[in-house]
Design a protein around this ligand. Structure first.
Ligand SMILES: Cc1cc2nc3c(=O)[nH]c(=O)nc-3n(C[C@H](O)[C@H](O)[C@H](O)COP(=O)(O)O)c2cc1C
Length: 185
């Protein structure tokens, strides 16, 4: 008797590729003989998401907000996202902040993200640190970053944190499949 293959989509927006690499990493971590994963950037042909058991959505934070293309996409696909389990992640600098102000900001979920999380009835939301190259940041933005508690530049992605989050998604999906199968039998 063959067990059902679970379908997972990881759909993301990215400016400089950082979020795309995190999405690919999550996709690889979720893949297994029982799970088929598709990792798709917004802008390419994103399939009908209603056909997936789980959808992971990710966007960078640019200018204090999720990327416009991502926000438009997510709200356009709200109907398709009603049946799959949805997980949401963002990539920005808040998780890399230190000091009392920085730590408080790192814990805070920005309003637009909280609104989207609730609209999607997401099972979880996680903010990951991204890449912040000092040479590419205008002086004003560098000063603001410093005042908020930002001291580190470069590739600040925490792959252990990403791996742990992917494991949480995989465990939750397995548990829900088991519950659904038990209810159906
Ligand atoms: C134009 C620009 C604006 C940014 N604005 C913010 C911001 O407002 N808040 C933040 O936490 N990070 C900000 N960042 C940092 C990005 O979130 C970080 O570089 C991330 O890794 C970018 O992901 P991407 O390569 O997928 O676009 C900004 C980066 C860029 C290039």
């Amino acid at each position: 008797m063959g067990s059902k293959i679970r379908r997972i989509a990881v759909v993301y927006a990215t400016g400089q590729g950082t979020t795309g690499e995190i999405a690919e990493f999550i996709g690889n971590a979720l893949e297994s003989p029982q799970v088929a994963v598709e990792v798709v950037p917004i802008g390419h042909q994103v399939p009908d998401l209603a056909g997936f058991d789980t959808v992971v959505l990710g966007s960078p934070v640019h200018h204090d907000a999720l990327m416009k293309s991502f926000v438009v996409f997510a709200y356009q696909r709200l109907d398709q996202l009603a049946s799959p389990d949805v997980w949401l992640f963002s990539v920005g600098m808040a998780p890399a902040l230190s000091g009392p102000i920085g730590r408080r900001l790192a814990r805070r979920v920005p309003k637009d993200i909280a609104t989207m999380r609730d609209a999607l009835a997401a099972r979880g939301y996680r903010a990951f640190a991204g890449r912040y190259e000092r040479a590419k940041i205008p002086l004003r933005a560098q000063l603001r970053y410093f005042l908020l508690g930002g001291r580190r530049y470069g590739d600040l992605r925490d792959w252990d944190a990403v791996r742990a989050w992917a494991a949480e998604i995989a465990m939750d999906a397995t548990r829900r499949t088991a519950t659904t199968s038990a209810a159906a039998s």
